[in-house]
Write a protein that binds this ligand. Sequence first.
Ligand code: IVH
Length: 679
Amino acid sequence: MTDKGWDLKLDRIELEKKVQQLHQTLNQYGHAYYVLDKPDVPDSVYDSMMQELLAIEAQYPDLILPDSPTQRVGGEVLSGFGKVVHDYPMLSLSNAFNNEDLREFDRRAREAVGEQLSYICELKIDGLAISLRYKEGKFVQGSTRGDGKVGEDITSNLKTIRTIPLVLKENTTIEVRGEAYMPKKSFLALNLGRDESGEEPFANPRNAAAGSLRQLDPKIAASRNLAIFIYGVGGDGSLYGQDSHSDSLDHLRTLGFETNEERQRCATIEEVIDYVTTWTEKRSSLAYEIDGIVIKVDRYEDQEQLGYTAKSPKWAIAYKFPAEEVMTTLVDIELSVGRTGVVTPTAILEPVRVAGSTVGRASLHNEDLIKEKDIRIGDTVTIRKAGDIIPEVIGPVVEQRIGIEVPFSMPTNCPVCDSELIRIEGEVALRCVNPQCPAQMKEALIHFVSRNAMNIEGLGERVVDQLYTAGLVHDVADLYTLTEEQLLALERMGKKSVANLLNGIELSKENSLEKLLFGLGIRHVGEKAASILAEEFETLSALMDANLERLLTIHEIGEKVADSIITYFSNEDVVNVLTKLESYGLNLSYKGLRRQDTPTNGPFVGKTVVLTGKLTVLNRNDAKSEIEALGGKVSGSVSKKTDLVIAGEEAGSKLAKAEELGIEIWDEEMLINALKEKE
Ligand code: IVH
């Protein structure tokens, strides 16, 4: 008994060490990946370490420390935001709108400080100002700017941002400030999804970032792919031994923060103006939105001499880019029906050049937005690109109206199938709910064959349209009845493309279940949910048999998704299509690693295996999956329960422990031979 007590104690100490080690390594990998953009290891290695840490934490919740890398994906829902009093007020900047304003700023500064003055120019990131507090190197609190004196505590949401280090490279106590933002690409994807699900789109990445960080449920922020650039410290860098802002930024980077690397030191205001001109032209090439340039006096001594007004420092100024807005005519409003039946109005514009490209269409999102802005057909409208990419109608130029403009109303019936449109409670969008609506059916087919779904090559939008119009395909099952003869009769379809297409269709029959589940386009079931469901249920029929309760036992499946799955499979038409798919020979099961695939004999069946040390031939993750595929369980720590230890090069304490416990030990070569034998 005493023996066991010792053992448990040892295990616990080891476990704590292990957790510490995992924190350190994951933070280092995370920093390399998210901040330096230079991953140290393949994603799979990072993922499997994260899984290991999650597994330990699930078993020993007291080992979940607030700075654990797992805590980035917020679990708890905040009950409201606490208030944070800023140690130093978060000021704003005075603005410059042209070169003359900049020269005037320079004149005043030089008058006060002298000719030795130099500047540092930074991009003005268009997001929201954030303050982050670190105590002895650990992230303890993050807040919004609020009114400058008191902000909101959004620590849990900020923890979901990968570029915010939870632990610094030094044990410093420091408050840093920066701009949280949403990259343009993420903004685009987010709004596309919101359009499709009938939610109000965000007007720009800044609103999207702010909206995400002010959510009470940190999971929302976690799903939004936000980032942050740190641009300074509370007080100033002299508190930490630096002489200038540029030195302070370098220091912040060495601490583990992401600073923006496009900054530049300028000795004269003409150099500043060159920098401003360059970025005015280049701004659309950036992955994030900027709305200007911030110019700061570099040396703290000079800053101090210049001082502050009540609202802003006199040692800095923000040059604001003129928003590129142009006028054009709104020729018409076109309606389109998406896969989920949402009817989206699109502005058809007299083509015009804006921010680097010609724009002829812009989504108007929904009727409320058109009414709110009072946009009428025939109006002269101003347009711009939101996030520098998405064309957006800002509003009508009312003074230009001549009386022939026509107010717009959404029709009461679907523009394609004429069935009545429904406004679902809580949504701004109007939906056609007729499952037979040709527009929806076509979109559903396009989705079904798309790359991330059934991935049928040779079946693009054009061919789907032809097949549908020719009456050859009504639902996804019909694709599997197509013959060479039918396809050859279509316009622009030669023998070769027909053969390719038929081959693509045939190959798709072998897809694993998750591809089909995603392809069916069940509402709220995206790629990730489809994979989770396929892995969990393994066959389509098991999923179809599952009730709400069973679905809700799956961690990642929430009520909305579960409800939607139940509704989907209770539809008779759906069941008919699925029965047809089965009769055409489609694979309806999960092809990943399955319990029932696990072999019943072989060197790893039922064994707990520990991999330690460096593997030189095999990738550690591959080795792990191979062992698991052969029925073994791979564990992170050596204990009496371990059956086999695979020791690579430089194996240390785990190997020693295995020897002590008399556990079987293999080297990498023995593992390779065992794996080969099974092939
Ligand atoms: S310095 C004393 N640097 O622009 C003010 N601000 O009013 C210190 N911003 O809301 C601000 N990028 O959040 C600074 N590189 C940058 C910035 C930046 C964006 C934001 C900041 C503030 C506003 C200035």
